[in-house]
Design a protein around this ligand. Structure first.
Ligand code: F0G
Length: 459
């Protein structure tokens, strides 16, 4: 059979609301042309993020009901710890309320003035937590990872030579850990190969630097290894994941992605001293070490989600359904990051709207167009998110890329809903020459994309 189907049937549904064009025009005006400010109920298909927006299984909902809410030593904690250890095999498992809480604790321990942290590409919260500690966040993805339309199987790989040179130039004593993000979200959801993690580990060993993996989308990464890397076709996603993490000394995790839950995360470490320091910080802000920032029921749902996410039928459907959207819109002529990522398709708005200057925000214009056309919400990842004002000249510096990410929540939308998204994108494509840029009329001093206000330009 050629058709890959959703490997589940629907047991509970949530109504989504159709809106008229007039309602959407009004909603977007009320939101100052920023889709972050549009109310969720005014969105028909929400592709803003794949984080915490997936559907839990009936087994996970059953787990919620048997969650043990004991303050200390909860049974649900031990189920959670067993599930995490079975997959990742680290000595210490520390629950947190989400990924960035694990990052905050880790970088409070290892970061600080004068330190530098290399990564293939830091996700925004990782970068923010590294920088908040006083350290520098440095991205060292391979050159292919920065060329949107150039197909390459593992565009998330770390540039090994650049990493070696970076450690020598910076001084080993200033590089407390090395990170590797799988899949590479900020670089288009692109995977990292087993050969690459081994090579990164060899460099880390040479300088005795611990390797910590940002594991958010570990199962999707395992599926890419299984389907693209020689020698792994016959291995299970669990076997691949176990091997991958055997090269690491710890991980940070947002369970809101490949934990298949609405909230949760964890920090894993092998080093006893670092783990002790981390648990001491955990108690200050998250909670007792057997619940972190979570309820017992959340821990139970994660334990079950981590098993479900490694099922082959699920992963085949997951990766294929994202590729389905990417491949179809590419055929229409939409420029995308190629190949499509595991959790999202990234449209190159600069290539789609060459007539819109980066400082008139082509990505924002496309995000607005998609909402107006059909109530679809994506997110701009371009100058609105990453551009900045030069402190000396007061000039606005645009981002390198102008992307719109369509992130696919897990087990949430059906193929016909994605067909509807494709049709909407096709309509937007046909009237691309009419699209207009925007003027930013309000911005907050930091993370401006969340709350910025815009006005559409006339021409
Ligand atoms: N690392 C990566 C690679 C991520 O994609 C995210 C979140 C985090 C860390 C932080 O995890 O949200 O649980 O605190 N990414 C979401 C997204 C928000 O939309 O890509 P968190």
């Amino acid at each position: 059979m050629k058709t890959v189907i959703e490997p589940f049937r629907i047991k509970s549904v949530e109504t989504i609301r159709m809106t008229t064009k007039e309602q959407r025009i009004k909603a977007l005006e009320d939101a100052h042309h920023n889709v972050f400010l549009v109310k969720g109920e005014d969105v028909l298909i929400d592709l803003l993020t794949d984080s915490g927006t997936g559907a839990m299984s009936s087994a996970q909902w059953a787990g919620i009901m048997i969650g043990d809410e004991s303050y200390a030593g909860s049974k649900s904690f031990f189920n959670f710890q067993d599930a995490v250890t079975e997959i990742f095999s680290f000595k210490h498992v520390i629950p947190t309320h989400q990924g960035r809480a694990a990052e905050k604790i880790l970088f409070s321990c290892v970061g600080g003035e004068g330190k530098s942290i290399p990564n293939n590409t830091h996700f925004d919260t990782t970068r923010a937590n590294v920088e908040a500690s006083g350290a520098k966040a440095v991205d060292l993805v391979i050159p292919e990872g920065l060329e949107p339309m150039k197909p390459y199987p593992f565009k998330g790989n770390m540039d090994i030579e650049a990493l070696d040179k970076f450690i020598q130039d910076t001084g080993v004593e200033n590089v407390p850990i090395c990170m590797l993000t799988i899949t590479n979200n900020s670089g288009g959801g692109q995977p990292v190969s087993m050969a690459n993690v081994k090579a990164v580990k060899a460099i880390c060993d040479k300088y005795k630097i611990p390797l910590i993996i940002d594991a958010c989308r570990f199962a999707e990464n395992a599926w890419f290894i299984k389907s693209r890397e020689e020698g792994y076709a016959d291995k299970t996603p669990l076997e691949i994941t176990k091997e991958f993490f055997s090269y690491a000394d710890g991980c940070t995790m947002s369970a809101k992605k490949d934990g298949l839950v609405n909230i949760g995360g964890f920090l894993c470490l092998n080093d006893d001293t670092l783990a002790e320091h981390s648990r001491n910080l955990l108690i200050l802000t998250e909670g007792f070490p057997t619940y972190g920032g979570l309820a017992g029921r959340d821990l139970e749902a994660i334990a079950i989600g981590l098993k479900e996410v490694l099922e082959e039928d699920y992963l085949e459907y997951r990766i294929r359904s994202t590729a389905f959207l990417g491949d179809r819109i590419k055929k229409i002529g939409i420029p995308i990051i190629d190949p499509p990522g595991g959790h999202a398709v990234y449209i190159d708005a600069k290539a789609l709207y060459p007539h819109i200057d980066p400082l008139e925000y082509p990505g924002q214009a496309l995000a607005c167009e998609l909402y107006l056309e059909a109530g679809i919400r994506g997110v701009e990842i371009g100058t609105v998110m990453f551009g900045h004002i030069d402190k000396e000249t007061g000039e606005e510096i645009p981002s390198k890329m102008e992307l719109v990410r369509l992130a696919i929540p897990r087990r949430t939308y059906t193929q016909s809903q994605i067909e509807y998204v494709i049709e909407a994108i096709e309509n937007v494509y046909h009237r691309r020459s009419e699209a207009r840029g925007l003027k930013m009329t309000y911005q907050a001093p930091a993370l401006r994309h969340f709350t910025a206000h815009f006005e559409p330009l006339d021409k």
